[in-house]
Design a protein around this ligand. Structure first.
Ligand SMILES: [Zn+2]
Length: 308
């Protein structure tokens, strides 16, 4: 029997936003069964006067380019995916998440610091069962060159191919049957990456203000600038992002996801397609929040930092 979990005590950490470059404090507290992961934002340094709750759910996604951004009204929370990945990877279903700025801290660009934080809080079982998501039939989103597909399976499995022109990346492929142990060891530490040649243009758009070699694998013309944690760290980070974005469903996913050159926008498309297939969609049909897929496709075809 599989029961929902939360953490035992409140924990916090400080960092800066990858895109905003601003300091931010993150506080995680226990939450009751069936509440899911819920964000609240307060004014800097206060953590007391808060926005209304913003659930980590597909209905809350307002942008999925470069990072997954949640929002409600005028409030935005950027770059939630690595925290969501850590919670999903550790089987933590319910969390109260408070921030005193509008972006989750980048830390080292991976999910490892969030895993350590959650483990330091301890985990506890709640008196409510998990309701895993099982897809009724294969679902595919994307194009000929970039796509995601999920087929029914009795556990989560991810087979990912990342194909990039840059010789430091090339073709990286792996197939993973999800376990907590291998998530912690083999995927949570994989960092986000970016191409040096794109950094100026991205910064002009107001993004990547906090990017440094402390939180991003820097890829220059001559290769990686700050070393790798794994030979295939790039594709491992892609898997990590996918785990985080699948976390928007709020329930463990049982299925085999086969992916090629996807990114947050496509991950989000798959999440919405799964919701639709299960009849779970709550977003009004008239609301369209994503820019056309072709824009994202163009961004990601060339080597780009779109995997943040
Ligand atoms: Zn990422």
């Amino acid at each position: 029997m599989d029961y929902q979990r939360t953490i035992r005590k409140a924990v916090s950490l400080d960092g800066i936003g990858l895109h905003s470059g601003k300091p931010v404090r993150l506080m995680l507290s226990p939450a009751p069964a069936d509440t899911g992961l819920v964000f609240r934002v307060s004014a800097p340094g206060t953590l007391c006067v808060e926005s209304e709750p913003i659930p980590a759910a597909p209905e809350s996604v307002v942008d999925s380019h470069y990072a997954t951004t949640l929002g409600r009204g005028a409030v935005r929370i950027q770059t939630v995916e690595h925290l969501l990945a850590a919670a999903a990877g550790l089987g933590i279903d319910n969390l109260d998440i408070r921030l005193d700025a509008t972006e989750v801290p980048a830390m080292d660009g991976s999910a490892k610091p969030f895993v350590a934080l959650l483990l330091s809080a301890g985990r506890t079982r709640l008196n409510a069962r998990r309701r895993p998501v099982t897809v009724p039939y294969p679902i595919r989103v994307g194009t000929e060159s970039r796509w995601l597909q999920i087929v029914p399976a009795d556990r989560l499995r991810i087979s990912y191919t990342l194909d990039n022109d840059h010789p430091a990346i090339g073709t990286q492929a792996l197939s993973w049957t999800a376990t907590e142990r291998s998530f912690i060891q083999d995927f949570a530490p994989a960092r986000t990456y970016g191409f040096l040649k794109d950094l100026g243009a991205i910064r002009k758009r107001g993004l990547a203000q906090g990017v440094s070699l402390d939180n991003t694998i820097g890829v220059g013309n001559g290769g990686v600038l700050n070393g790798l944690r794994y030979r295939d760290e790039f594709v491992r980070h892609k898997v990590l992002d996918l785990v985080g974005d699948l976390g928007l469903l709020g329930r463990p996913v049982l299925g085999h996801v086969v992916a090629r050159n996807a990114g947050h926008a496509l991950n989000y498309e798959l999440v919405v397609a799964i919701q639709r297939a299960l009849g779970l969609e709550r977003r009004p049909a008239t609301v369209t929040v994503l820019r056309p897929a072709t824009v994202d496709e163009r961004l990601q075809r060339a080597p780009s930092p779109a995997s943040i």
